[in-house]
Write a protein that binds this ligand. Structure first.
Ligand SMILES: Nc1ncnc2c1ncn2[C@@H]1O[C@H](COP(=O)(O)OP(=O)(O)O)[C@@H](O)[C@H]1O
Ligand SMILES: [Mg+2]
Length: 251
């Protein structure tokens, strides 16, 4: 399970993000970027953040630490912005927090050089989880203390939105032509050789165990949260072995 904290103060909205994530302080005095369970896409976006974030970190990529953040709807009462107030009111209970990287800047491909090794690891990972949200228009990469950090994995694993067709959907190739790191000559073959063997059933069981039960309950077709955890793991296990041969647009 993720670390659990309780939100004590809503600090400010992060206006750049489409999903209106907010900055909150929690009872451990940490500052977290909060992704709300009541936001547009709902809890599946949060599950995707946990699966991808925890998997990426175990593969040696940099992602902010994650936490389950309990939110009392009373926190929204004093909010002057009605959109923020609605979001807080709809998000009582467990939300997703990410360690706030203070002073981080958005990645600018013209200003920050990336090695073909690092580009390869990130493109391979995005192909594995089918991330469509790392384009030059919207890189979702931050530069923090001279390093690249990965954020925003809500729009991954498209197959989670239709489980009966998940196997077919997950067998599709990955189109990297729009990927912000495509121009850096990503060495996907080297990344696959290094990372694919690490993506084992045991590792994926460890990763999916981090998902809070409340985001997995009552999914049609699944009797238990663990059955759904397995459904998240299976396509990733299958893709890890083959996806490097099915990446288009990086040549
Ligand atoms: N952990 C973090 N630390 C600092 N800034 C962050 C962090 N996570 C996100 N941000 C900033 O907030 C923006 C929106 O977050 P993101 O996860 O991309 O949400 P959205 O789904 O709304 O696009 C990011 O583009 C980035 O500028
Ligand atoms: Mg984003």
């Amino acid at each position: 399970m993720l670390k659990e904290v309780t939100a004590t103060r809503y600090v400010t909205p992060l206006r750049e993000g489409g999903s209106l994530p907010g900055l909150v302080e929690a009872d451990d005095l940490g500052l977290y970027v909060l992704k709300f369970t009541g936001a547009g896409q709902g809890r599946k976006t949060l599950v995707a953040e946990v699966v991808c974030g925890e998997l990426a970190r175990r593969l040696g990529l940099r992602v902010p630490g994650l936490a389950a953040v309990e939110l009392d709807v009373l926190l929204g009462l004093g909010e002057p912005d009605s959109q923020v107030q609605e979001l807080l009111k709809a998000s009582g209970g467990t939300n997703l927090g990410m360690d706030f990287l203070s002073g981080a800047l958005g990645f600018d491909p013209l200003a920050f050089p990336v090695s073909s090794e690092e580009a390869g690891r990130i493109v391979w990972f995005d192909a594995l989880v089918n991330n469509v949200d790392r384009s030059w228009r919207n890189p979702n990469l931050l530069v923090h203390r001279g390093d690249l950090w990965l954020v925003d994995h809500g729009a991954t694993m498209i197959w989670q939105h239709n489980w009966p067709t998940a196997e077919t959907s997950a067998a599709r190739p990955y189109d990297a032509s729009d990927h912000v790191l495509a121009p850096f000559g990503p060495d996907v073959a080297a990344a696959a050789a290094e990372l694919a063997p690490l993506v084992t059933a045991d590792l994926l069981a460890e990763v999916t165990a981090e998902i809070p039960d409340v985001w997995l309950a009552d999914e049609p077709g699944f009797d238990t949260p663990d059955a759904l955890r397995h459904a998240y793991a299976a396509p990733l296990l299958a893709r890890a072995a083959v996806i490097h041969d099915r990446i288009k647009g990086t040549e």
